[in-house]
Ligand binder design. Structure first.
Ligand code: GAR
Length: 210
C-alpha cells in the first residue's frame, strides 16, 4: 500500500526532444539511479529519425512520435502535439533539444510548467546555433541556461545558468562540447528544484525557496 501511495505522489514528467537526446539521457540516468524522484511518463519527438526515441525505449520510458513531416500544416502538428502531451497528464514538461517553438496555446496550457535548456547565457544568443553565434560575436564567455518557457523565443524566466570560457582558439565544436557538459548538470538541477517545489516565479525572477 505504501508504495502505491508513493507512486501516486510522484510528479509526472514528459520530455520533448528532436535529436540526439543527450540531455534527456543525462536526466533519465538520474531518474533510473533514484537521484531524481518523478514519473517519466513519456518522451515525444517531432522527428522520426531522432535517436532520443530509441534512447527512451532503452530506459523503459514510453516514446511517441508526432512526426512534423507527416502533417499538411503547422496548426495540425501543434494540435496533435498538444493532444498527445495532454493525454500524458504531465506536471512538468522538459524540452531537451526540442527544435520547434511551442504554440501559444501549448505554452498557455502549461504556464510555468515547461523547462527548457538552451546553449547560451540568455538573453545573449537566443534561437538556433547559439554556440556559433557566441564565437562569431567574439564573446569571451558563453554557457547555458535552464529556464521556464514563455510565449517568446528563449525569453522565459531564468532558473539556472552555467558559464563556459571562450579562448581565441576555441572552435564551435569544442565550445558545444563544453557547454553540453554544463547543460546536463543544470538541467537536472533545475528539474530537481521544480520537483521539490523549491522554485517560485515572481515576474521575470525565479527565486529558490529553502
Ligand atoms: C543542446 O545543446 C540544447 O541546448 C540545444 O540542442 C542541443 C540538443 O542536444 N537546444 C537548442 O538549441 C534549442 N534552441 P541533445 O539532443 O544531445 O540534448
Amino acid at each position: 500500500m505504501a508504495s502505491v501511495f508513493q507512486k501516486n505522489s510522484l510528479k509526472r514528467v514528459v520530455f520533448l526532444a528532436s535529436g540526439r537526446g543527450s540531455n534527456f539521457e543525462a536526466v533519465a540516468k538520474k531518474i533510473r539511479g533514484k537521484k531524481l524522484s518523478c514519473l517519466p511518463v513519456g518522451l515525444v519527438s517531432d522527428n522520426r529519425e531522432a535517436k532520443c526515441l530509441q534512447l527512451a525505449r532503452s530506459f523503459g520510458i514510453p516514446s511517441f512520435l508526432i512526426d512534423y513531416k507527416s502533417f499538411d500544416n503547422k496548426k495540425d502538428f501543434h494540435n496533435a502535439l498538444l493532444d498527445k502531451v495532454d493525454s500524458l497528464e504531465p506536471d512538468l514538461i522538459v524540452t531537451a533539444g526540442f527544435m520547434r517553438l511551442l504554440s501559444p496555446e501549448f505554452v498557455r496550457a502549461y504556464k510555468q510548467k515547461i523547462i527548457n535548456i538552451h546553449p547560451s547565457l540568455l538573453p545573449a544568443f537566443p534561437g538556433m546555433n547559439s554556440q556559433k553565434q557566441a564565437i562569431e560575436y567574439g564573446a569571451k564567455f558563453s554557457g547555458c541556461t535552464a529556464h521556464f518557457i514563455d510565449e517568446g523565443v528563449d525569453t522565459g524566466p531564468i532558473i539556472l545558468q552555467s558559464v563556459v570560457k571562450i579562448d581565441d582558439t576555441t572552435t564551435e565544436v569544442e565550445l558545444s562540447r563544453a557547454i553540453l557538459k554544463e547543460e546536463h548538470k543544470i538541467l537536472a538541477q533545475a528539474i530537481e528544484l521544480f520537483l521539490k517545489d523549491q522554485l517560485k516565479i515572481e515576474g521575470r525572477k525565479v527565486k529558490k525557496l529553502q
